[in-house]
Design a protein around this ligand. Structure first.
Ligand code: C5P
Length: 395
């Protein structure tokens, strides 16, 4: 759902990264308005943000939009969310203490929409007790702080203080306006393709991209859940701000990682495309053609069914499965839900689901079948999360 985002840029070298952030937010379909502090306008010209956002930029040096002198009030009334990125230690300190002595701090004080901040500063400024006190105060006041990342800093030092990447901020921002229907829930998700080695360089895998699993992880996180992702091979980027991300490419490893955590979770969503068989006689060294003309024989052994095993626990989490089929989709999905003894299964056709950005899912539970419209995987994931929350509420 497109929103109106007010982006406040304060004076730090990371201001240049805010340009990319505007581009990403626009790409997501949002309307973006930019407000800049005097110091920010020294780093990046307001004209750059005007061109990128397609909206007039409010700045203390060129206040073109403030004919009635009330632009700072009007802008926050129009916005669905206000993000300050980069947020300097100085700006954060003022907001934490209710000081409103320039454009950005006035906007923060006058806002009626949710506020988030992406701090950017030197590592020692970040760790400074006064700054940490301010961050704690901002959090207590309901302001979302997207923590800085560790790495090389513009000042030449290394440590935490780098502004979170624009792609991370663009991913996390929509969480601000997502209903917290899974608040307090722990969710375990498997995603991606498994890989069963044949020798050190070859293996059996499949075309799963991990996009649906990643979309579900983001949707659960946005809904307020603590998410653990156990994943195989992924073409999709790993979601940001998860509780734990575990890499386990072999089905056996994925099984072990899931079973070590399943009982501690309220919900388990098995999205990974798990190989039914592993290679029993995997070679320790690369298999060579021996010139005999006889191809090597690959012996297979059955893998454990991770989802069925989790569902068979004495106190199982609420288990959700996926049925990706190339024919008889609904019929196979219905049978799978009963066989694995799970309350909810999402049926989809592999021709659309595997690797693509879109999906058409039919949800099957004890109440019957709901065909979701064909949509992007993020939208499909949000609908699945809505259904899970509804079924959990019913008890
Ligand atoms: O039996 P089938 O592979 O068709 O079932 C698909 C569902 O079961 C998916 O949710 C998948 O993640 C899960 N699964 C599993 N472990 C397996 C096979 C499938 O968790 N070994």
């Amino acid at each position: 759902m497109p929103k109106h985002i007010l982006l406040g840029v304060s004076g730090g070298i990371a201001a240049y990264k805010a340009c990319e952030l505007v581009r990403l937010l626009k790409k997501q379909g949002h309307e973006v308005s930019v407000a800049m502090s005097r110091a920010a306008a020294e780093f990046v010209s307001p004209l750059t943000f005007q061109a990128l956002s397609g909206n007039p930029v409010l700045s203390e040096t060129h206040d073109g939009a403030a004919a009635d002198g009330m632009a700072h009030i009007r802008l926050t009334r129009e916005a669905d969310a206000f993000l300050i990125a980069p947020a300097t230690a100085n700006t954060l300190a003022k907001i934490a203490n209710g000081i409103a002595d320039n454009l950005l701090t006035n906007l923060a004080a006058a806002r009626t929409c949710p506020l988030a901040a992406a701090p950017a500063m030197n590592v020692h400024m970040w760790r400074n007790p006064a700054n940490q006190r301010n961050i704690a105060q901002l959090t207590a006041d309901g302001i979302t702080v997207f923590p800085p990342e560790s790495g090389d800093l513009a000042c030449g030092e290394t440590g935490e203080g780098r502004m979170a990447e624009p792609a991370t901020l663009a991913e996390l921002l929509p969480d601000l306006w997502t209903e917290k229907i899974l608040r307090g829930k722990n969710v375990l998700i498997t995603a991606g393709a498994t890989f069963e080695p044949i020798d050190p360089v070859r293996g059996i895998t499949n075309l799963s991209s991990g996009k649906m699993g990643a979309a579900l992880a983001r949707a659960c996180r946005a809904a307020g859940a603590r998410v653990t992702l156990v994943h195989g091979l992924m073409q999709a980027a790993l979601p940001a701000a998860l509780h734990e991300t575990v890499s386990a490419a072999r089905a056996q490893d994925m099984y072990r990682e899931v079973m070590a955590r399943a009982a501690d979770n309220d919900i388990f969503i098995a999205v990974a495309a798990v190989a039914d068989y592993t290679v029993k006689n995997a070679a320790a060294h690369k298999i060579k053609k021996d010139g005999s003309g006889t191809p090597p024989v690959i012996e297979l052994a059955e893998n454990p069914d991770i989802l069925a095993a989790a569902a068979a626990l004495p106190h199982p989490p609420f288990c959700v499965g996926f049925a990706a089929e190339s024919r008889n989709v609904l019929e196979y999905a219905r049978a799978k839900r009963l066989k694995k003894n799970i309350p909810l299964i999402a049926a989809n056709d592999v021709s659309l689901a595997m690797g693509g950005d879109d999906n058409q899912i039919t949800l099957i539970d004890k109440h019957g079948e709901t065909a979701l419209p064909e949509s992007g995987k993020d939208q499909a994931a949000a609908a699945i999360v809505g259904r899970i929350a509804h079924l959990l509420d019913e008890g």
